[in-house]
Design a protein around this ligand. Structure first.
Ligand SMILES: [Ca+2]
Ligand SMILES: [Ca+2]
Length: 501
């Protein structure tokens, strides 16, 4: 009997030890919630080393990040425009579910509409995180007070452009493509990266969510001279088909016509090479600043307990499809850098790539999942946790890209299907035609493919939220004036070499 008691006693003792160990590890687990380093880039397309969109691109720090984490090589923005892209990602909601299709003047104006949603930094803050933000995370470097423990807006210094070493179109400071003469610390991206470095060098009792919003390569394409000096060889132009738009419906041409005059002027001024060199230089400048933040992380106590995510709000055309800028539903405007590196997974092999078409709408659920936070029910997308464990795992849904109510691109591994508000269509085979030159939408043999891809178009579209609309682009995209497009086409075609069709 005594022996039985002893055994029971030992079992009970063992159980209570195990229980307390479990509690300790639970408490430790609690205090060891992962930190998040959230790096946002503005207007960076696939002209990086790790995406291979331009053979001369030099981005060694981001390449190294891509090698250590999972490099999503077929990632696409939710909207090819700053304000709505960021609204969708930061609040985790597709434009066709929120009604937030276009640019808005500020997120403050949208307060009543956004009250039903929880922004990503707010989710972390509610869960006991310290939240730090610097630069352009939301559109226009806006930091709603309640979301952030501390925020940093860069100190504006007027940059002096060395236009003689580059090119400037007219008097606009936006259309400058040249080195700056200022010290590094005068530049926005240097300052916001320094804030990131500072936060990473501090001692933190609580886990943190640190967001750093870099504004290059956004126009003007200006940055310190050493990054221009990296590109002293002739710059290889992208593959461009002169009459590429001839098989594009008018609704698609309307998106391209917004900036067709720049395309013409760059040709007339023989400036395209300088413009592209300046874009590459800015990407290398961004890379330098991302490298500073990553180095600070490596030197910090948080080096093996931080989830790093890097993304760009959309891509950029540099002459492809006779287009300049973004605001289209084609590959160069929608494909973006997207990397996730969970440093807790120290044994993960290097060089993992996920080739599945994936939308940035999935960032919200993925981060919440990896951090053990409950995702609000309304949030769109899926967690990419399975792909982080095994990048070959398929994603069921293609990426959906929205530009104005009624205009969508559906991108899967092999195809891009575009449907405009007026029912007109484009279809491109990425296996045969990675430049999206040949619109196959009219060919009967692709009817089944089109039907399959069209089945992913949203069934319901939230009405456009009109409060505080900032720019005309997407309102036009919503209901473009096709007659106006036709007259621009006719007028400008006369002055374009080679002509559009
Ligand atoms: Ca942008
Ligand atoms: Ca074409």
């Amino acid at each position: 009997m005594k022996r039985i008691h002893l055994i029971y006693g030992s079992i009970l003792g063992l159980c209570s030890i195990l229980l307390s160990l479990a509690l300790v590890s639970l408490v430790e687990g609690e205090s060891k919630k992962p930190n998040v380093l959230f790096i946002v880039i503005d207007d960076m397309n696939d002209w990086t080393g790790f995406l291979g969109g331009h053979p001369q691109a030099m981005t060694p720090n981001m390449d190294s990040l891509a090698r250590r984490g999972v490099n999503f090589t077929n990632a696409h923005c939710v909207v090819p425009a700053c304000s709505p892209s960021r609204l969708a990602l930061m609040y985790g909601v597709e434009p066709f579910n929120s009604g937030l299709y276009p640019f808005y003047k500020s997120i403050q104006i949208l307060e009543p509409e956004l009250a039903q949603f929880t922004s990503l930094p707010m989710l972390y803050k509610k869960n006991g995180y310290q939240t730090f933000g610097a630069g352009k995370v939301h559109h226009k470097s806006e930091f709603p007070e309640e979301e952030w423990t501390e925020s940093f807006v860069s100190k504006k210094k007027k940059l002096v452009f060395n236009a003689k070493a580059g090119y400037r179109q007219g008097r606009s400071r936006k259309l400058a493509f040249c080195p700056t003469k200022n010290p590094l610390k005068d530049h926005h991206d240097y300052q916001v990266a320094s804030f990131g470095v500072d936060v990473l060098s501090r001692e933190h009792d609580d886990p943190f969510f640190l967001a750093v919003g870099i504004v290059k390569p956004h126009l003007p394409f200006v940055c310190p001279e050493p990054y221009f000096d990296l590109y002293d060889e002739p710059i290889q132009p992208p593959a461009i088909k002169a009459d590429d738009l001839a098989d594009v419906p008018w609704a698609g041409r309307a998106m391209s016509m917004n900036y067709i005059r720049h395309e013409r002027d760059f040709r007339q001024d023989e400036a395209w090479e300088i413009v592209r060199r300046a874009y590459l230089a800015c990407n290398s400048w961004v890379d330098y600043n991302v490298g500073r933040i990553l180095e600070a992380l490596a030197q910090s106590p948080y080096a093996d307990n931080t989830i790093v995510v890097l993304w760009s709000d959309h891509g950029f055309h540099l002459g492809e499809k006779r287009s300049f800028k973004k605001f289209t539903l084609w590959e160069e405007a929608t494909r973006v850098p997207f990397i996730i590196w969970d440093t807790r997974d120290g044994s993960a092999p290097l060089g993992r790539e996920c080739k599945e078409a994936v939308s940035l709408i999935n960032v919200y659920r993925t981060l919440a999942d990896l951090s053990g936070l409950e995702t609000p029910e309304y949030v769109d997308g899926v967690s990419l946790r399975p792909q982080l464990a095994d990048p070959s795992i398929e994603i069921d849904e293609p990426a959906i890209i929205t530009w104005g109510r009624g205009n969508y691109a559906i991108r899967d591994e092999d195809w891009r299907y575009i449907r405009y508000f007026d029912g007109s269509e484009e279809l491109y085979s990425h296996q045969d035609d990675p430049n999206e030159w040949n619109n196959l939408a009219e060919m009967s043999e692709h009817e089944a493919t089109k039907r399959y891809l069209a089945s992913f178009l949203p069934e319901h579209e939230a009405p456009l939220i009109r409060t505080g609309i900032g720019l005309w682009n997407s309102v036009d995209a919503d209901q473009p004036d096709l007659e106006k497009t036709k007259s621009i086409w006719a007028e400008i075609n006369e002055t374009l070499t080679p002509p559009l069709d």
